[in-house]
Write a protein that binds this ligand. Structure first.
Ligand code: BTN
Length: 251
């Protein structure tokens, strides 16, 4: 039986899960907290946690894959989370490359996948999949400046949910999708991701990690999970990582 560590308050479940992974915690080990004081988002952003209202969890995975495959885990996790949420809310989840979860154009959650060092031997390699989902939030629980951009499962379905039950379903689905990735490869999972692609065909701007601004129409992720964008000159750019936003309006 794989263990889940449950806390009232932590700084970040990802930080804790990474410590546990470094100490050798098994594939599937989870960390869940009612609150986080320093929840982390992608690209060094903060993740706003509301005590007892959201799901704040991290799951350690140790897939037998080359380290080059590890970045795809964010998209694999996106499909797992979408499948679980779609069974709870009568709406399709939209996935905004690479890690955002939306309902009706509003953010309801995000994924922060972090890997062990690239040089780590196969046997020691791990990734921590951090997942934050707005579950029982009402709109007034979010900072004023975010209220027109966010939503929660409660807002969408008008039903309160058990956060522990959502966590358990998510952990099981995440591990199932990671196994599918190991056994059958990325293509079928990517196809399911593409069916929920929020950015596809939209005009967007992206600052990649080299600081270069790419603006154009989103063409979706390629077979390696990297986003393609076509600029106004017809040139196609690849975006491996970076901050992606719709042109003009920040999301
Ligand atoms: C994002 O939208 O940028 C990703 C947000 C990920 C937030 C979750 S909450 C649980 C886990 N612990 C963290 O510190 N971050 C992730």
């Amino acid at each position: 039986m794989v263990k889940t560590y449950t806390f009232n308050t932590v700084d970040s479940t990802n930080v804790l899960a990474k410590q546990l992974a470094e100490e050798g915690a098994a594939h599937g080990t989870g960390v869940i907290a009612r609150n986080q004081t320093a929840g982390r988002g992608r690209l060094g952003k903060n993740w706003h946690s509301v005590e007892g209202k959201g799901l704040y969890c991290s799951v350690i995975v140790r897939p037998q894959l080359s380290i080059q495959e590890y970045p795809k885990l964010t998209l694999v996790a996106g499909v797992a989370v979408a499948q679980v949420l779609e069974a709870l809310v009568p709406q399709k989840v939209q996935l905004k490359w690479p890690n955002d979860l939306f309902f009706g154009g509003k953010k309801c959650g995000g994924i922060l996948a972090e890997s062990s060092s690239l040089v780590e031997a196969n046997t020691k390699r791990y990734a921590v999949i951090g997942i934050g989902i707005n579950i029982n939030h009402t709109l007034d629980m979010f900072p004023l400046e975010l209220q027109d951009q966010v939503t929660s499962l409660f807002i969408e379905s008008k039903a309160e949910l058990s956060i522990e039950e959502v966590y358990e379903k998510l952990r099981i689905e995440l591990l199932a999708q990671v196994k599918r990735f190991e056994d059958d490869g990325f293509n079928a999972i990517l196809e399911e991701w593409r069916q929920r692609d929020y950015l596809l065909g939209r005009q967007m701007e992206c600052v990649n990690t080299s600081g270069v601004v790419v603006s154009g129409v989103a063409l979706g992720p390629d077979d390696g999970g990297e986003l393609h964008v076509r600029d106004e000159n017809g040139q196609v750019h690849k975006v491996l990582s970076g901050d992606v936003q719709l042109a003009r309006k920040r999301v």
